[in-house]
Design a protein around this ligand. Sequence first.
Ligand SMILES: C[S@@+](CC[C@H](N)C(=O)[O-])C[C@H]1O[C@@H](n2cnc3c(N)ncnc32)[C@H](O)[C@@H]1O
Length: 489
Amino acid sequence: MISRIQEDAVSVVQSGFEKMIEQQVVIAPWLAVSHGEKRISDNQKRRLRQFAQELSLSDEEVKVLWLDSRPLNPVTRERAYYETLLSTAAYLSYMRLGTLVVTDEMISVSNSLLRQYLHENGGSALTSVYGRVMTYLNAQVLRYYGRLQEDIFISGQWHRPWIDHPIDSELETALQYELVQRVQSDGQTYIELTNQGEELYQACRDDLQKCGYIQQSEQLMRIANFTSMDDYEQMMERAMADIQIHRNTLVQSSDIKPSMKVLELGCGAGALTFKGGLFQTVGTNGQLIATDPAPGMLERARNRQSSYGAENVQFQQAAAEKIPFSGSTFDAVIGMFFLQFTNVPQALKEITRVLRPNGTFTTLVGLGYSHQEEFLKEWFEPLSTKGLTAESSVNLPDENLLPSIAGEYFSTYDCETQEWLFDFSQIEDVVKFNVQAGAMADLNGLPWAARNELFEELIERGYKIKAKYGADAMKHVHKVQLFKGTVTK
Ligand SMILES: C[S@@+](CC[C@H](N)C(=O)[O-])C[C@H]1O[C@@H](n2cnc3c(N)ncnc32)[C@H](O)[C@@H]1O
């Protein structure tokens, strides 16, 4: 049974997921509980449950196509729709409206989008993706803790804190397929993963990576983190007294002149736009369009606009991998510390597309971490022992990336690696920005409760390290690249 499962899964999951992206239906329910805040009311949850019930009333037989030839039981089907509706409502609230708090309007939109998806693709397309994601999350928590008390597993509180239904029917299915087993110890019943369960976990993780689900989750998590990080700019300034000089240098290196048409990417709350002197350089005869995919960041930037007399700057939501302008629109593209959060080749392709002949792209890129300092190695040891890549992040580029691919996109380019000195003695800042926002570690492999435990552990360790080494010794040399490329096309 299990071998048939794995053969069929990739294409079913892939096509079901592709359609979800097209139709803006997502499975990312953690968005509704991110950052420990309550982002949805009980009334709103009741509405979502009612919609899920209505959607599951159709006569169609719904299956998890890679698992079983039998129809899914109505309760599990309804729960799958509920978690998808919840995810989509949270996703739309912050992608369209810029708020992580779920709105009534987006609950209605979520219902119409899922209805449309089910109508066009059938319920089995959705439950086949959903089944893969939930199998992955259920197995992940068991792998991480070795075993879990049955009642904790069923409550989902350690790995799916957004649900308020028990996952007993999922446990029954997993027991039936011998993916997990019950173990008695000290008068308690525990749930453990079997070898078959471990194999299925690996297969689910590989499929979700191949179809792009894991990457989508990482990106949504990052945008959600930046959306709620309302003091990023201050954190940067606390860590680096010279940051203002670097912002100015970036603008000066770009050769941007008054009256040009300029695009800023990853503008955040507008540090480069306003304090870096970008809008002042473009001037009122030029045109500056500043973009960022995180609505919360854009809102912060817009709120500062009038105090700088910068009403002519236009803010727009956009990611660098999909720039919403036609080809050859801009004289220059610029951005500070955003490229490391993108799919770099895709972003460079888009950037060169929107540049006019002789247009330039100038940026500062943060490179992956290397923990050469003793205090840092000691502080972040839990990341490396858990295999979370504390040394050099999987997410951030290394020194060779830009030089090795820039020639494909730019006729000429300069790339200079610099070493910046950061003050790492502000413990919460360092953990929040470097770990929580995913710059230093890949936390996707951790169940929800373990992430929160890890943040707390790292903060606690940070204070001990500070007591041991002293604040003055907590300096980290971080590599940064200043890049400038020109297209001639
Ligand atoms: C470290 S902040 C830098 C903000 C600002 N440039 C500054 O220097 O203060 C990184 C910004 O990149 C944005 N970002 C994340 N993913 C992105 C993407 N795919 N394309 C463009 N920007 C992205 C984040 O939302 C965030 O605002």
